[in-house]
Design a protein around this ligand. Structure first.
Ligand SMILES: Cc1ncc(COP(=O)(O)O)c(C=O)c1O
Length: 416
């Protein structure tokens, strides 16, 4: 095990199998592992609450009032957001709603939303609900960018073709950064440029990108982005999500569409009964809505401190190397009917690989799990797995590849 792997791996709890042996956890694309520091962070909040009650908000260097901003500042570098462009808040789907309330401003002629296919269900529900709320028919107003028949991946040509057909009618582009099913990393900068060339606002769902691949949202001129922090950011199940709004958008007059007291100017936020007109906080702060969830934020802060102490570039290099080894190892298994649908080109993927296994994919995933290899299954025929550089090792990758062909063959044909 390389020293980098073992150093960071030791900062996490690794789940164990029935015999007490650590599993090879390749499911960070779904739920990241628990940083050891999270436990103490939670204990600290509980102790403060016990000892101080409401004064926990205001007293001491670690008062809760600043926690949300501290977490946001730690998250900024991971998405390439500047100060006052990034907020840790709510959860992902809620943040999609908040972003759409601001960025989806349809007119009679220009009301369509361009999305990538396949999109995650919750994104689809959110987009459809906004389109309906504004009085448009989702089946007409939502344009899916699809790949050519028989292909799983989208090319820039697919995006260009969709713009060529619908560009004048598109009000908003909302696509993934890394597609949840295929693991394809889109060219966020190129899509942003294309959308802007057609005069559209553009945002990204970075659920599967943040903490996985380098991001430079400010420099790429992205209008907005949303994400969750329970995957590669290891914030814990249901941890707070993130929202990025480019400073330029705020300067151009984009404002929070759905307001709450926590987004109000802090100098008068607590003049409760005297306030009826919402005055947004500076920058991203205006998009905040509710009292911050202190306990989950404390867990997330503990996790983000691991990233702060590490070099994200070094983590990404290690991630690229492990994913390459996994890709090559699976390919070398030469399993008839099995296909890696994630791009072979390294710049077009993060650490997730998606394998089309065939009709037995669910049973295969169970078999792997029983052998101590945790990955997941997505209907109808896909197994997803991701080596995460913070806590996975090359040895685990090699062991998975050694086992994989045997498990598939012992199971019979892939049924693909
Ligand atoms: C791409 C994507 N969008 C949306 C969601 C839903 O996130 P949440 O339940 O935090 O709203 C997920 C959850 O995994 C996701 O992967």
């Amino acid at each position: 095990m390389s020293s980098m792997s073992s150093f960071y791996r030791d900062l996490f709890y690794i789940p164990v199998d029935a015999k007490g042996a650590p599993v090879a956890y390749f499911c960070g694309h779904s739920l990241g592992l628990q940083p050891r520091a999270a436990f103490d962070a939670a204990q600290d909040v509980l102790d403060q609450w016990k000892a101080k009650g409401v004064d926990g908000w205001f007293e001491g260097a670690d008062r809760w009032m600043h926690l949300e901003e501290e977490v946001s500042v730690l998250m900024g570098p991971l998405v390439g957001g500047q100060f006052n462009e990034v907020a840790a808040m709510n959860t992902l789907t809620t943040n999609i709603h908040l972003a759409m309330a601001s960025f989806y401003q349809p007119t009679k002629k220009c009301y369509k939303v361009l999305v990538d296919a396949p999109a995650f269900s919750s994104d689809t529900y959110a987009v459809r609900s906004h389109v309906s709320l504004r009085g448009y028919d989702p089946d007409d107003a939502i344009i899916e960018v699809t790949s050519c028949p028989g292909c799983d991946l989208l090319t820039m040509e697919d995006f260009k073709a969709a713009f060529d057909r619908h560009g004048d009618e598109v009000a908003l582009v909302f696509v993934a950064g890394v597609n949840f099913l295929t693991g394809q990393l889109y060219d966020i900068q190129a899509i942003t440029r294309l959308a802007h060339a057609y005069g559209c606002r553009v945002g990204f769902d970075l659920a599967h990108a943040v903490g996985n691949v380098p991001l430079a949202l400010h420099d790429w001129d992205t209008d907005f982005a949303v994400w969750c922090c329970y995957k590669y950011l290891n914030g814990g199940p249901g941890s707070p999500g993130g929202l990025f709004v480019h400073q330029k958008m705020i300067e151009e007059g984009v404002v929070p569409g759905l307001c709450g007291w926590w987004g109000h100017d802090p100098s008068t936020r607590f003049c409760l009964q005297e306030q009826s007109i919402f005055v947004p906080s500076d920058g991203i702060g205006g998009w905040r809505v509710s009292t911050p969830p202190v306990l989950p934020l404390a867990l997330l802060k503990a996790s983000l401190q691991v990233f702060q102490d590490a070099s994200f570039d070094a983590l990404c290099n290690q991630s690229v190397a492990m994913t390459r080894r996994l890709y090559q190892g699976i390919e070398a298994c030469n399993i008839p009917g099995m296909e890696i649908i994630t791009p072979a080109t390294e710049s077009n993927r993060g650490c997730q690989l998606s394998l089309r296994i065939g009709s037995d994919a669910a049973a295969m995933q169970q078999k792997l799990q029983l052998q101590g290899y945790v990955c997941d299954y997505r209907v109808p025929d896909i197994i997803r797995l991701a080596p995460v550089s913070l806590y996975n090792t090359m040895e685990e990758v090699d062991a998975f590849c050694d086992l994989f062909a045997d498990v598939v063959r012992a199971h019979g044909s892939t049924g693909a």
